[in-house]
Design a protein around this ligand. Structure first.
Ligand code: MG
Length: 289
């Protein structure tokens, strides 16, 4: 890490501490990009520092994954802004456990996210979507970045129109395979992030993406606060990935296929929306046949 990056990081952390709120995400994002670039330059110092960060973070995660998850349970908070999620630059990793990610994807806790990209603007209006079975037709039996198709033909046009109307587009998706396929984790990651990258390229609109990799409550496994129906991914976005802009809940909405209907595999999407207080639509209703 170069000296000026270290200074910026220091300032960022100090700002974060002093006001107790999220640092300006636009600046934070730029800083992250700058830092990533300086690290990518791979001078020896940068590599060494990066290794240091990685070992520290991985060590923490591997030693007490269960404990961390337990601690990650979000405390009760203000209903409008949700429970406060502590977040700083040093929490961000470039790998999910032993799986590597493309440069524009990063990890926070049990969430893999696609970083801010050109054209993606923070907004008070959020158009949020589930991915599998909502935007993309996928199957548990098929694996691979190209193993998907548009769930509805109208999706690219609708998303482009929302973007033109000033909405920020956000995908909130659960992906338990990344955690469960311990011996094929890289394959699970490549498949999921590859599909999302290809989808975004196809619809030609900038989209922010959050992937919840944690598992639901099970034998000896605590409930992951970011896995839908838990609302943690939303609060993470609202508090730290929207440049501090307050979200207009009247104009924002969420679309998902898990609505607890007779043939639905679950009610995770509708319960996610309810927990946040977001308007909810099923994909057929929103995108039409
Ligand atoms: Mg779905």
């Amino acid at each position: 890490m170069q000296d000026h990056d270290r200074d910026k990081l220091h300032k960022l952390v100090e700002n974060h501490k002093s006001d107790g709120k999220a640092a300006d995400v636009l600046n934070e994002s730029n800083l992250k990009r700058e830092m990533a670039h300086s690290m990518d330059d791979s001078n020896e110092g940068a590599e060494k520092d990066l290794e240091g960060i990685k070992i520290h973070c991985m060590g923490e995660f591997e030693e007490g994954a269960e404990k961390n998850l337990e601690e990650a349970k979000l405390p009760a908070g203000n209903k409008m802004i949700g429970p406060s999620i502590s977040f700083s630059l040093s929490d961000i990793k470039k790998e999910y456990k032993n799986a590597t990610l493309p440069a524009h994807w990063k990890v926070f806790d049990t969430v893999i996210f696609r970083e801010k990209e050109d054209g993606l603007h923070a907004s008070s209006k959020i158009a949020a979507f589930d991915f599998d079975g909502c935007l993309a037709n996928t199957s548990m039996k098929r694996v691979g970045a190209d193993q998907w198709s548009l769930q509805h033909k109208s999706i690219p046009e609708k998303l482009q129109r929302l973007y033109d109307d000033g909405y920020k587009l956000v995908i909130f998706t659960n992906e338990s395979n990344i955690e469960r396929w311990k011996n094929k984790r890289q394959q699970a990651v490549d498949s999921k992030v590859g599909r999302l990258d290809n989808f975004i390229e196809c619809v030609k609109a900038p989209i922010q993406v959050f992937i919840a990799c944690g598992l639901g409550k099970g034998k000896g496994i605590p409930d992951d606060p970011y896995r839908k129906p838990n609302p943690g991914m939303w609060w993470l976005m609202a508090q730290h990935f929207n440049s501090g802009i307050k979200i207009d809940m009247d104009q924002s909405f969420y679309v998902g296929d898990a609505a607890g209907r007779e043939n639905d595999h679950s009610d995770a999407d509708i319960e996610f929306a309810k927990a946040i207080g977001l308007k909810f639509h099923v994909p057929e209703e929103y995108f039409g046949f």
